[in-house]
Ligand binder design. Structure first.
Ligand SMILES: Cc1cc2nc3c(=O)[nH]c(=O)nc-3n(C[C@H](O)[C@H](O)[C@H](O)COP(=O)(O)OP(=O)(O)OC[C@H]3O[C@@H](n4cnc5c(N)ncnc54)[C@H](O)[C@@H]3O)c2cc1C
Length: 370
């Protein structure tokens, strides 16, 4: 065998497995079809949303958090640790946050009054009633952090190969457009494209594609927002919040007065690009969610306008100057946030089937690789 482990895909999930395997002393090769990773892992907010997870995802997220901090020290990947501020502008949102804070305790959640929230945010959202600060959450700049992790792995001795399309996988053997690779174990970490390799497995796990719309805009008034920012719509998306008793009332309130946001699956949240980013200081704004097995190529201008209107309201800004727009796609399943299965002896498919791969992959990989 040429390698102990071959990994297909150099997104965060593939690289997370390479990171743990290389530290365990395994001979590892990573095979990525593109010239550099351009998938979900560089299209996201870079929000390491630890605290809002629940159950096994929270376990993975807490482990992953430690790994990100280790990578910051060892690989020099910039990681910001100002946490997240969850803004409440409805009484129902405040109720969810209060229940969440009571359940998690002061290490994980601090309630803020409007003045305290404005201080942490660096701006005052109109209609602000209060907020929660989640100090454990982190932020990275995905478009630079993911390539930096790949480069760090290469420096540690991992054979990272770009421009190598994997065309098939067998036990102990990987077929690629650049020849065959032999490895004791194979991990297929291709995100939503898991159905291209293992259609039956993907169907059994209910895997579909979730398409999201993202925008990047200049920060209005040059505002400097250190934490990641979530809103009431986020409280319906992340299990930690959505499983509070108060979430049902919030869901009903939003469905009644903002049905267009529900219909487009809007999760109003943003992060600010870190200083070393090529887009330093801009706000990464998102997002909408559309679920489909085959990705529609069409973007709906009304979704962008709706997002921008909501962000103008949140930021109290008359105008937002959009600089870039893109779409992201991730694997999604109603059955749970992870697909981990061995379709063949020595071959493991690993997909994060919820929008939490940046937050949890570095913890998930430690459990997949004993
Ligand atoms: C818009 C958006 C915002 C998000 N925001 C967040 C966030 O803030 N926080 C968070 O925790 N999560 C977030 N997520 C989710 C997170 O980005 C994903 O869960 C995660 O990136 C999935 O990682 P991955 O490695 O499985 O997929 P990908 O990054 O898509 O990587 C899969 C890789 O496999 C490669 N590949 C596919 N087929 C082959 C083949 N045949 N041969 C070789 N290589 C192949 C692809 O080229 C790709 O590079 C977001 C996702 C999106 C889309």
């Amino acid at each position: 065998m040429d390698f102990d482990l071959a990994i297909v895909g150099a997104g965060i999930v593939g690289l997370a497995h390479a990171w743990h395997a290389s530290r365990a002393g395994l001979r590892v090769v990573v095979l990525e079809r593109d010239g550099y990773a351009v998938g979900a892992s560089i299209r996201n907010f870079g929000h390491i949303c630890t605290t809002a997870q629940d159950d096994i995802a929270l376990e993975y997220a807490l482990r992953a958090r430690q790994e990100w901090l280790t990578l910051a020290r060892e690989a020099g990947i910039p990681v910001r640790a100002e946490g997240t501020v969850v803004v409440a502008r409805r009484a129902e949102e405040l109720a969810v946050l209060e229940q969440f804070a009571a359940a998690r305790g002061a290490d994980q959640v601090t309630m803020l009054d409007p003045a305290g929230a404005s201080d942490r945010l660096g701006f005052t959202p109109p209609g602000l009633l209060g907020a929660a600060h989640l100090p454990l959450d982190l932020r990275v700049d995905s478009p630079t952090a993911v390539p930096a992790l790949a480069a760090h792995l290469a420096a540690l001795g991992v054979d990272v190969r770009f421009g190598v399309n994997v065309t098939g996988v067998e036990s102990g053997l990987v077929h690629t457009t650049r020849g065959e690779v032999r490895a004791e174990r194979v991990i297929v970490a291709v995100g939503h494209d898991v159905d291209r390799f293992f259609p039956d497995l993907a169907a059994e796990h209910g895997v579909t594609r979730c398409r999201l719309r993202m925008l990047e805009a200049d920060a209005p008034r040059g505002v400097d927002v250190a934490p990641g920012v979530l809103t009431g719509l986020s409280l319906l998306r992340y299990d930690g919040f959505a499983r509070t008793a108060a979430a049902a009332e919030l869901r009903a309130a939003i469905a009644a007065d903002a049905p267009e946001l529900v219909a487009r699956g809007v999760n109003l949240m943003f992060t600010q690009r870190l200083p070393h980013s090529e887009a330093a200081g801009r706000l990464v704004l998102g997002d909408t969610h559309h679920y489909e097995d085959t990705e529609s190529p069409f973007e709906d201008e009304e979704s962008d306008q709706l997002l921008l209107e909501e962000f103008r309201r949140l930021l109290g800004a008359d105008e937002l100057r959009v600089r870039r727009r893109w779409r992201g796609v991730y694997a999604s399943s109603p059955q749970g946030p992870y697909l981990v299965a061995d379709p063949l002896p020595g071959v493991t498919a690993v997909s994060v089937t919820s929008g939490i791969g940046m937050t949890t992959a570095l913890g998930l990989a430690a459990s997949v690789l004993p």
